[in-house]
Design a protein around this ligand. Structure first.
Ligand SMILES: *Cc1c(COP(=O)(O)O)cnc(C)c1O
Length: 433
C-alpha cells in the first residue's frame, strides 16, 4: 500500500486536531503503518524518530512488547465494565499503586478518560467541596501563560490566547497571576509576591489555584523554580484556597522525579494525571485527592452533597491494564534513576545551541529540552518550517511557535538523541539561524 492512497482517503473524511486542514494540500498527512520503540514507520517503510513522544504521552516506546502482552491478557478477561456500583481488580491495584507513589496524603482516586475531563473534575470538586462546607467560592486562579486543556472549563483556566481568544465569550471567569519568568529564585519570589497580593484582595472568593508544576507545556515550555510551588501551596492553604497540580504533562518522570510536586516537597489538594499514565497507549486520567476533601462529600445520601459526575469509559479495564504495565516498567527498569543518564546527554546536546545568534535561550528540566529561538515575525511560521524540515530527515518534532523542544520516550538511546539534535542543528543552519 502506498502512503499517497491513504493520505488522500484521509483528506476526504478526517478532520485533524489542532490543524488548519488546508495546510495539508501542500504537505500531505503522513500515514503510519506501525510503531517500534522510538520509531514510527509509514506504509513505504520510511522511519521517523518520535522525539515528542506522540504529544507527550509515550514513555516506553511504541508497540512495547510488555505493555502489549498485559493489554492482551486483560482483553481475554474483561474489556470494560460500568464503574458505578462495580469495580475490577486492575483499577483497585492501580489506585493502590498511585496512592503509594503520590505525595503523602493523597488517598482517593477519581477517574476520567482524558486530561481535559480530569481538569473539569478537579474544578467541579474544588467548588463543590467548598460549597459542602458552606462557602461559595467561585473564582479559579491560574498562572499566566498556562494550559490546562481545551474543553470549556479547562480552557477557562488556561491563558494561551491562540486557543482561548475565539471562545472567550463562552468561558467561566478566572483570574491569572504571573508565572515566574524563569528558573531563578528571584523570579519565583517576584511571582509569589503578586500571588500574595491577589490573595490579600480576593482570597475569600477563590476556590483554587491551578498550576502546571515546574514546566508549562503548551504555553511554550516555560520553566520555573520549585520554590514557587512550595510557597504558593503554603499561601493557598493560609487562605483556604485549594492547590490543584495539573501534572498531566509533567507527571511520570518527565521532570526528573516521579511527580514534579516532589521537588517542591508539597502535597497538592488535587493531583491530576493522564498522558503518560498508560504509557501512551489508551485514554485514561485520574484526579487524586485527600481525605479532607473526600469527607466533605461523604454522608447519608443527599444529591447536593454527592459528586454526581461520570464518563462512560471511566476506569476502563484495558486502560488500567496499560497503566499497571507502565508502572511495572518503572519498577523493573528503575526508570527515574536510569533517566538521569539520558537527561545528562540531553543537557550536553543542548550546549551546542548555546551561542547561536538565532537562539534566545536553551533550558532543560529533566527529560524536557528546549531551544527557544528569536522570533521576528510569527506569521512566517518558523516552527512549522523547522518541523517540516526535520520530518523530511526522519525526525518528528513539533515546535510551539519559536520554541523547539525535545521530549523523548524514555527508551531513546543517546545515539538516537544525537540524531534528533543533529536534525535540529541542520534545520537551524538551513534557516540561517
Ligand atoms: C495535554 C494537557 C492537558 C489536556 O489533556 P487532554 O488529554 O489533551 O485533554 C491538560 N493539561 C496539561 C498540562 C496538558 O499537557
Amino acid at each position: 500500500m502506498a502512503n499517497n492512497a491513504i493520505s488522500q482517503r484521509d483528506m476526504a473524511v478526517v478532520w485533524h486536531p489542532c490543524t488548519q486542514m488546508k495546510d495539508h494540500e501542500t504537505f500531505p498527512i503522513i500515514p503510519i503503518a506501525r510503531g517500534e520503540g522510538v520509531y514510527l514507520e509509514d506504509f513505504e517503510g520510511n522511519r521517523t524518530i518520535d522525539a515528542i513522544s506522540s504529544w507527550w504521552v509515550n514513555l516506553f516506546g511504541h508497540a512495547n512488547g510488555y505493555i502489549n502482552s498485559k493489554i492482551k491478557e486483560q482483553l481475554e478477561k474483561l474489556e470494560h465494565v460500568i464503574l458505578a456500583g462495580f469495580t475490577h481488580e486492575g483499577i483497585v491495584r492501580l489506585s493502590e499503586r498511585l496512592v503509594a507513589l503520590a505525595p503523602q496524603g493523597l488517598s482517593r482516586c477519581f477517574y476520567a478518560d482524558n486530561g481535559s475531563s480530569a481538569i473539569e473534575v478537579a474544578l467541579k470538586m474544588s467548588y463543590h467541596a467548598h460549597k459542602n462546607l458552606g462557602e461559595d467560592r467561585r473564582i479559579f486562579v491560574s498562572l499566566s501563560n498556562s494550559y490546562h486543556g481545551e474543553t470549556l472549563g479547562a480552557l477557562s483556566v488556561g491563558d494561551v490566547a491562540l486557543y482561548k481568544e475565539t471562545y472567550s465569550p463562552l468561558l467561566i471567569h478566572s483570574l491569572q497571576t504571573p508565572v515566574p519568568e524563569n528558573q531563578s529564585l528571584e523570579a519565583a519570589h517576584k511571582a509569589l509576591e503578586a500571588y500574595r497580593l491577589l490573595l490579600q484582595e480576593r482570597g475569600t472568593e477563590i476556590a483554587a489555584l491551578i498550576v502546571e508544576p515546574l514546566v508549562q507545556g503548551a504555553g511554550g515550555m516555560g520553566m520555573y523554580h520549585p520554590y514557587f510551588l512550595t510557597h504558593a501551596k503554603a499561601l493557598s492553604t493560609q487562605y483556604g484556597v485549594h492547590f490543584i497540580a495539573d501534572e498531566i504533562m509533567v507527571g511520570f518522570g518527565r521532570t526528573g522525579s516521579m511527580f514534579a510536586c516532589e521537588q517542591a516537597k508539597i502535597t497538592p489538594d488535587f493531583l491530576i494525571l493522564s498522558k503518560g499514565l498508560t504509557g501512551g497507549y489508551l485514554p485514561l486520567s485520574v484526579v487524586l485527592t485527600g481525605e479532607a476533601i473526600y469527607q466533605t462529600f461523604y454522608c447519608d445520601y443527599d444529591p447536593y452533597r454527592s459528586f454526581l459526575h461520570s464518563h462512560s469509559y471511566t476506569g476502563n479495564a484495558l486502560a488500567c491494564a496499560a497503566a499497571n504495565a507502565t508502572l511495572d516498567l518503572f519498577e523493573a527498569h528503575n526508570t527515574i534513576e536510569s533517566n538521569r543518564l539520558l537527561a545528562r546527554c540531553m543537557g550536553e546536546e543542548l550546549q551546542r545551541f548555546q551561542l547561536r545568534l538565532g537562539v534566545k535561550e536553551i533550558r532543560q528540566c529533566g527529560m524536557i529540552g528546549v531551544i527557544e529561538l528569536h522570533e521576528s515575525d510569527p506569521k512566517a511560521r518558523l516552527g512549522v518550517s523547522i518541523h517540516r524540515y526535520c520530518l523530511e530527515r526522519g525526525v518528528l518534532i513539533r515546535p510551539l511557535g519559536a520554541v523547539i523542544y525535545v521530549m523523548p520516550p524514555y527508551v531513546m538511546t543517546p545515539n538516537e538523541l544525537t540524531m534528533v539534535f543533529d536534525a535540529i542543528e541542520s534545520a537551524l543552519n538551513h534557516h540561517g539561524l
